[in-house]
Design a protein. Structure first.
Length: 113
């Protein structure tokens, strides 16, 4: 379960987008559906990802935030000792929707088409 406490506490303030961006960027990448969002490579790399908050809205008790995620993937080779091809990194981008409970700060994330 993802908890975005700082983000939930910042709702309605001028720092909301920056707070959310920072908190999302510190999440463990395995908590996000990055692998499902790949379009270039075959595996999500271990490099840090970055987030951009694209839009926010609210319904009773829930904050909806759409975020663009920039990350890298790799095209895996055979990993043989004599394989001359280096690991090839590709830039990836996908959009996700975060649904954040305003009271508990618990969040769900889904990949957007």
């Amino acid at each position: 379960m993802i908890k975005l406490t700082k983000t939930a506490n910042a709702w309605g303030t001028s720092t909301f987008k920056n707070d959310m961006k920072g908190e999302v960027e510190h999440l463990d990448a395995r908590l996000l559906p990055l692998q499902a969002g790949l379009s270039q490579g075959s595996y999500v790399s271990e490099r840090q990802f970055s987030a951009m908050i694209l839009g926010i809205s609210e319904q009773t008790g829930v904050i909806f935030a759409r975020a663009g995620i920039f990350y890298t993937s790799i095209i895996a080779g055979c990993n043989c000792a004599d394989d001359p091809s280096p690991v090839d990194e590709q830039t990836e981008y996908c959009e996700m929707q975060f649904e954040i409970n305003k009271e508990t700060a618990e969040a769900t994330v889904k990949l957007l088409p």
